[in-house]
Design a protein around this ligand. Structure first.
Ligand SMILES: NC(=O)c1ccc[n+]([C@@H]2O[C@H](COP(=O)([O-])OP(=O)(O)OC[C@H]3O[C@@H](n4cnc5c(N)ncnc54)[C@H](OP(=O)(O)O)[C@@H]3O)[C@@H](O)[C@H]2O)c1
Length: 306
């Protein structure tokens, strides 16, 4: 009951206190076992939650492919991490760059699509796709499918897509899934793309059923990262004392990547090592079948255009 209370009241649950209290509750899942011999790819690994997740996997003995936006950031990631880590440059909003990235991967057990953006003004990827959509939706859509053969070869394998609790406020916009017809608002566009990411996670989970690859999404609560400091300075000032550390934000990513329980299901949303609903009564309504199908077709069209 306390866990559900923390989830529904948002601020206490999403902040540091939520994780501290949940860790003390009976039934808190055990830490993941060692991951020696496994290969984990984490995108957005040069900072924040991605860096902390990469370190978490490396500390468990996994080989980590730390993906960052360019050579310099890949070097930054390598320098900041200890263990068996290789920095890899890739702009994850670029379809061609993602395909090239996937071509160079020989073994993979866990893929974490963590890279995220909240641009201050409307921005577009190199493929001319709205940037939050390109980064949070199209990128994972392309990378997961490009890596599916190598993940399947190492089954059971896992994909973890990092979304945001902000997605509870937004539904898909049928007819305008990339919000091209709407005035730009950083938080709204970000949250819409994070909602679409959860829908695409469910769709990929269904399509990959039977391959031995499970596909989950998770949200980290609120962590005091460079991303938050840059994109939401006012929120950061007000919420500062209750925000989680980067490692606390990454806790459920590492758990999903290594523990046994997440292999028992696919297409679920997680937070603090537990499954969570994708909709609440106070938030956006569930999306219709047609809107979801339109999203899948849009991703297919955008991916095939490159
Ligand atoms: N912090 C929170 O409270 C919170 C809450 C909900 C969800 N999240 C999600 O958690 C994830 C990590 O965010 P964070 O808070 O750790 O922010 P962050 O420190 O800004 O990390 C985001 C990372 O993604 C990288 N990135 C962005 N676009 C990229 C691209 N096109 N190609 C390659 N890398 C790219 C960034 O690289 P550069 O540094 O080089 O730009 C950065 O390393 C995001 O998906 C975010 O939406 C965070």
């Amino acid at each position: 009951m306390l866990d559900t209370f923390l989830d529904r009241t948002i601020a206490p649950g999403y902040g540091k206190l939520g994780l501290v209290l949940r860790r003390r509750l009976p039934g808190w899942p055990a830490d993941p076992p060692r991951m020696d011999g496994q290969v984990v790819m984490v995108t957005g690994a040069a900072s924040g939650i991605g860096l902390a997740a990469a370190q978490g996997f490396a500390s468990l003995g996994a080989t980590v492919l730390a993906v960052a936006r360019n050579e310099q950031r890949a070097k930054d990631a390598e320098k900041a991490l200890s263990g068996d880590v290789r920095g890899v440059a890739c702009d994850v909003s670029s379809v061609a760059a993602l395909r090239e990235l996937a071509e160079g991967v020989e073994r993979l057990d866990v893929l974490v699509n963590n890279a995220g953006v909240m641009p201050g003004e409307r921005s577009r990827s190199v493929d001319d796709v709205e940037l939050t959509f390109a980064t949070h939706v199209l990128g994972p859509f392309v990378l997961i499918q490009a890596l599916a053969p190598v993940l399947e070869a190492n089954a059971p394998a896992r994909v973890i897509n990092v979304t945001s609790g902000g997605m509870y406020t937004q539904a898909l916009r049928p007819g305008d899934l990339m919000s091209e017809q709407d005035e730009y608002n950083p938080k709204t566009f970000y949250a819409r793309s994070k909602r679409a990411e959860v829908v695409v996670t469910e769709q990929l989970a269904t399509r990959l059923a039977g391959t031995g690859i499970v596909v989950h999404s998770m949200h980290p609560g609120w962590a005091d990262t460079a991303g938050i400091q840059h994109a939401m300075p006012v929120f950061r000032k007000v919420a500062g004392p209750i925000l989680r550390s980067d490692a606390e934000g990454a806790d459920t990513i590492v758990w999903l990547g290594g523990a046994a329980e997440p292999l028992q299901s696919t297409g679920k949303l997680w937070m603090d090592r537990a499954m969570r609903p994708t909709h609440y009564r106070f938030g956006a309504s569930p999306d219709g079948v047609e809107a979801r199908e339109e999203l899948w077709k849009l991703c297919e069209r955008l991916a095939s255009a490159v």
